[in-house]
Design a binder for this molecule. Structure first.
Ligand SMILES: [Zn+2]
Ligand SMILES: [Zn+2]
Length: 255
């Protein structure tokens, strides 16, 4: 993960609050286009300069050729408001152990997965097990990827509820581990659409909290009821994979 600096010199009398709002909008357009990660960036105004520090998966994530219509339109608006040009600089990498993102020419398959703490892309590559920047996928909807990010936010909300454990824990768990929950349905629809757009099989990660009795570690696929346990763990993480229903899961750490 990279930390980037986007700044602009303010050479007009534009209202600073308005400018912060407009800059915030630019950041949300970058996020909707899969160019930045996470939901909030550090930001500050120094003298007559406004600075934002977003995370990106690749060093080149903010390259102009990756911009969509909304990012370009908002960049132009900001540059007109400030009468100067946006400046870009890579500040550094976020931390040493952070994995690089997927560079596969063609992934064998994708997995839709996230959790309450990550700011990586919700798409993992099945070949290299690294995060896939969303802009590498064909446009999903309205110049960007908002429906995928909306599922991501819903999943993170449910995962946060189950981690906190005081409010709606059981409801949230059911959303995450039942194949026919609203959350799973939303995720599975996204998987089918990514598959249509890319011709790459796309699996949905189904959370598993169930405890197993004794040494009974297997359970049938919750959708087709067929055997789906893997002989060897996939990417040292996944224990279950149904090729027919395109879902993956893990043995519960609670067992
Ligand atoms: Zn890959
Ligand atoms: Zn199945």
């Amino acid at each position: 993960m990279y930390i980037q600096e986007i700044s602009i010199d303010i050479k007009t009398e534009v209202d600073k609050d308005e400018l912060v709002d407009e800059f915030g909008l630019l950041m949300s357009f970058y996020r909707g286009n899969g160019q930045t990660q996470g939901r909030i960036e550090s930001q500050y105004i120094e003298n007559n300069k406004i600075i934002w520090l977003p995370y990106t998966l690749e060093k080149r994530s903010l390259a102009k050729q990756l911009n969509n219509f909304y990012v370009n339109r908002q960049s132009k608006k900001l540059e007109d408001l400030c009468n100067s040009k946006l400046k870009f600089k890579t500040v550094g990498k976020s931390y040493d152990s952070c994995k690089a993102s997927c560079e596969c020419e063609k992934s064998a398959f994708y997995i839709l997965i996230t959790n309450y703490i990550t700011i990586e892309s919700p798409i993992t590559c099945g070949s290299c097990y690294k995060s896939v920047p969303l802009y590498k996928l064909p446009i999903f909807y309205d110049f960007g990827y908002m429906p995928i990010l909306s599922w991501e936010t819903n999943y993170i909300s449910c995962d946060s509820l189950q981690m906190n454990g005081e409010v709606g824990e059981r409801w949230a768990l059911n959303q995450m581990q039942k194949i026919n929950s609203q959350l799973s349905k939303q995720g599975l629809e996204i998987c089918r659409k990514i598959e249509d757009l890319t011709s790459i099989p796309t699996f949905y990660y189904l959370h598993n909290y169930r405890k197993f009795k004794g040494d009974q570690l297997t359970t049938p696929c919750p959708s087709c009821q067929k055997k789906w346990d893997l002989k060897t763990q996939l990417h040292d993480f996944y224990d279950f994979k149904c090729e027919k229903c395109k879902i993956v899961s893990t043995i519960s750490p609670n067992s």
